[in-house]
Design a protein around this ligand. Structure first.
Ligand SMILES: [Zn+2]
Length: 293
């Protein structure tokens, strides 16, 4: 009984998939166009004469069908693209999605360390009024790069959310979507084997939007990412490199501050503790120069 039920379910879902494929296929569109021309311009004269002149009718419909097919193919090519994408291409796809967004931009990626170029592109989009939403894994609340990114993103009107179960990677705007294995991490861009599907196909975009809005963002465990939830509270003394509370206005430990006299220069980045030419006024290395407190 169970086997029978499974077989029927399987058969029905296969038929449903097939039906969906047929309806959005160029062939179906061609038939539809042929039917439209016949009813609008010939008032189904050919169909009425089917019995009397079968050959003429068949040739007429075959002709319309082929024309319809060519038109449908052309329309499909103009309005949709459907590409598989690998490794370096995926990074370009992400950049394209960011730079070509006009109304909104969704970035769903568990891990986030996008690197300067991509951060600037995303911020530029947000600044120009595009609604930017970033969704990441909750474990990233200890990632300093993400904290810097959050501060800058909020400043230009973007939003960030986190969820403990994010594993999907989806990058999309109002006209294209990239479903991929790649996290938004600089090191993944060049060092990992990554794959993805990049498409402007309407129904896939719609399904992805629904999934992000109605499943992920509507889930019970989703939380807005705010600075206070980050557990990065320590910085480094720019003179000695030892751990001190993070405060860009006081990037020097008290002892070193007393002994420094008028010397306001440092040898370490207050944010990451790496060696760098820093100062009290400019306490961060090249990589973290954009951090604000
Ligand atoms: Zn640094």
């Amino acid at each position: 009984m169970k086997i029978l039920k499974e077989t029927i379910t399987k058969y029905l879902s296969a038929q449903y998939d097939k039906a969906k494929r047929i309806i959005i296929s160029p062939a179906f569109l061609a038939l539809f166009l042929a039917g439209l021309v016949e009813s609008q311009y010939y008032h189904i004269r050919h169909l009425k004469n089917m019995v009397a002149e079968p050959i003429t009718t068949i040739i007429f419909f075959a002709f319309l069908y082929i024309v319809g097919l060519l038109v449908a193919e052309a329309i499909f090519k103009i309005f949709t693209s459907f590409d598989s994408s690998f490794d370096g291409q995926i990074k370009s796809n992400v950049e394209e999605i960011v730079t070509e967004s006009k109304r909104y931009l969704y970035i769903v990626s568990p891990y986030i360390s996008p690197g300067n170029l991509l951060v600037e592109l995303i911020l530029k989009a947000a600044k120009s009024g595009i609604k930017v939403t970033v969704i990441h894994h909750s474990s990233q609340l200890s990632n300093p790069d993400l904290l810097i990114f959050l501060r800058r993103l909020i400043e230009v009107g973007g939003e960030m959310y986190h969820h403990p179960k994010i594993h999907a990677k989806i990058y999309m705007n109002e006209s294209s979507v990239l479903i991929t294995s790649m996290n938004l991490i600089t090191s993944s861009f060049d060092n990992s084997f990554e794959s993805g599907i990049y498409t402007s196909y309407y129904s896939i975009r719609k399904e992805c939007t629904n999934y992000i809005k109605n499943t992920i963002l509507d889930s019970d465990l989703i939380k807005k990412t705010i600075e206070e939830d980050f557990n990065i509270k320590t910085g480094y003394c720019i003179r000695t490199g030892v751990e001190i509370p993070f405060n860009s206005l006081k990037p020097v430990e008290y002892k070193a501050y007393l002994s420094s006299g008028q010397n306001r220069n440092g040898k370490y980045c207050h944010f990451c503790g790496e060696k760098a030419d820093t100062s009290v006024l400019d306490p961060f290395c090249e990589k973290h120069k954009n951090i604000k407190e």
